[in-house]
Ligand binder design. Structure first.
Ligand SMILES: N[C@@H](CCC(=O)N[C@@H](CS)C(=O)NCC(=O)O)C(=O)O
Length: 226
């Protein structure tokens, strides 16, 4: 079985799937849209089921779009899906609520610059704090390290990604939530996580001229080949 994860030059919706695959030893290939399709995004977009990426291609045939669906498929592949229907639905609610942090946080970190970045940063503070508080409460109400128990699944990887990204906006945002700080530390202790975090492309010059450093070359973030 082969897995290809197709996305762009940005640190956003392909992070949680990659963390999950690293932590559960699932082999995959990461490809930029232009590498996989050998064409510019404007031509590729109308051919994709929901006209957006990421997309996971399974065995060169099936294509799975939508980051939540990709994560849930990978949970099954990793053998960590929750069998109890109520607990599974509750974990799915947490996953979807974590993914709602995507916008405006991820686009701002990856693309916004100058005054626009500063304005977006200030505007999103209350909504980020509100959702961080909800997620902290979910963790506090459980008995394990993570939302459902002591196993990191889709909801945990998605939550970790957005919390981690928020540090590039303002590290003090998440520091206001001790339960989230403990969660971050537990996630970073998972086997496979430290090596993924140290090897992934660095995101630099956030807020001024964001770039991803891929194989020692700094590329402007975006949907174009550079
Ligand atoms: N709900 C989708 C959102 C996907 C999405 O917003 N993808 C953006 C990149 S992060 C995209 O494909 N942008 C290009 C476009 O819309 O043309 C998911 O969770 O996968």
């Amino acid at each position: 079985m082969s897995l290809k994860l197709i996305y762009f030059k940005m640190r956003a919706l392909a992070e949680a799937p990659q963390m999950l695959m690293h932590c559960y030893d699932i082999d995959y290939q990461y490809l930029m849209s232009w590498e996989h399709f050998d064409d510019v995004w404007a031509n590729v977009k109308p051919t994709i089921t929901f006209q957006q990426l990421p997309m996971l291609e399974v065995d060169g045939e099936a294509q799975i779009c939508q980051s939540v669906a990709i994560l849930q498929y990978l949970e099954n592949r990793a053998g960590i899906a929750i069998s109890d229907p109520v607990k599974a639905a509750q974990a799915s609610a947490i996953l979807q609520s974590a993914q709602e942090l995507f916008a405006p946080l991820n686009p701002a970190i990856n693309f916004a610059i100058g005054d626009d970045f500063m304005a977006k940063k200030e505007a999103m503070r209350p909504s980020l704090s509100g959702r961080f508080s909800d997620l902290a409460r979910c963790l506090e109400s459980g008995r394990g390290k993570f939302f459902t128990d002591d196993t990191a699944r889709a909801a945990e990887f998605a939550t970790y990604h957005h919390l981690d990204l928020s540090k590039l906006l303002d590290p003090s945002l998440v520091q206001e939530f001790p339960r989230l700080m403990a969660f971050i530390s537990d996630m970073e202790s998972l086997p496979g996580m430290a090596s993924y975090l140290s090897k992934r492309p660095k995101l630099i010059d956030v807020g001024t001229a964001p770039k991803l450093v891929i194989e020692d070359v700094a590329h402007p973030t975006g949907m174009k080949k550079t």
